[in-house]
Design a binder for this molecule. Structure first.
Ligand code: 13P
Length: 287
């Protein structure tokens, strides 16, 4: 059964670790992440961007696949199915499709509109038992067509959104989707501490988990980050392992072209990446 992310994130914040949100793109991705979470007894959040949802033919397909996979694989650790950077319309589609958690990304609206729309969704999610993530201050870079400038969040605006009753808050602190550029200045812990000061015990979300050095991840967790999103790193690991297989000519040997063989090294690479992140985030054994 899919669960809201609220309980797992409250526990993470209290226990000073973070739960990983790993974005999914297809069946192999989902299976690799779920099996790793189960093996390591870690709670997990499966993230679905609107682009990935469309690619997988729609949110209903995604819910049906994840629901069935959790059952057929005998997954017993807490699993939340979460919309990543949802539009207002996308949030309603996911609520209807049976997601257990959503993110409404109203960061590109003027703050008053972000507040009004978030407030409405707080009510709807509370009625249906879903957890809700809101965003203030955009995350830099591009993810599935969602482009952010990467400005740091205003702590007062964070408080206004947190006070609406959201379950988790993504505040821009200089983090970027995709690979970090050479001249990246690192996370703004000054902003993070100021946000934490204003929002108190609200679990904070760190987007752009790919490529953030371990010491910065640990410091962010110590300052209230309880959910960390990882997408690009699994994609890079999958692509590199698949490239190695094909470049070694393995798809031309015997039945090496069978998709179950061709995609296997990539799936294993995703498992290794997820494991590494769960170790770093401290969520192993916390199911
Ligand atoms: P990365 O692709 O940089 O890991 O970011 C993932 C993310 O924040 C999803 O919302």
């Amino acid at each position: 059964m899919l669960v809201s992310a609220k309980e797992m994130l409250d526990k993470a914040r209290e226990g000073h670790y973070a739960v990983g949100q790993f974005n999914i793109n297809n069946l192999e991705w989902t299976k690799s992440i779920l099996l790793t979470a189960q093996e390591l007894q870690s709670p997990v959040i499966l993230g679905v961007s609107e682009g990935a949802g469309k690619y997988m033919t729609g949110f209903k397909t995604v819910t049906a696949m994840v629901d069935a996979m959790v059952e057929e694989l005998g997954i017993t650790v807490p699993v939340a199915l979460h919309l990543d950077h949802g539009t207002y319309e996308g949030c309603y589609k996911c609520i209807e499709a049976g997601f257990s958690s959503i993110m409404f990304d109203g960061s590109h609206y003027p703050i008053d509109e972000n507040i009004a729309k978030t407030k409405e969704l707080v009510q709807v999610c509370a009625e249906k038992g879903l957890s809700l993530e809101a965003e203030v201050g955009s995350i830099g870079g591009e993810e599935d067509g969602v482009i952010g400038k990467g400005e740091c969040a205003d702590p007062n605006e964070c408080k206004m959104i947190a006070d609406l009753g959201v379950d988790m808050l993504a505040a821009g602190i200089g983090n970027i989707h995709g690979k970090y550029p050479e001249n990246w200045e690192g996370l703004s812990f000054e902003t993070l501490a100021a946000v934490k000061e204003k929002v108190g015990d609200m679990p904070l979300v760190l987007h752009g988990g790919t490529g953030i050095p371990a010491d910065q991840i640990k410091k962010a967790i110590s300052l209230g980050v309880a959910k960390i999103n990882v997408n690009t790193e699994c994609q890079l690991a999958f692509a590199a392992a698949t490239r190695e297989y094909v470049e070694a000519g393995k798809d031309l040997q015997g039945k090496g072209f069978d998709p179950r063989k061709l995609l296997a090294p990539g799936a294993e690479a995703i498992k290794a990446t997820v494991k590494e992140k769960m170790e770093l985030f401290g969520s192993i054994g916390k199911a």
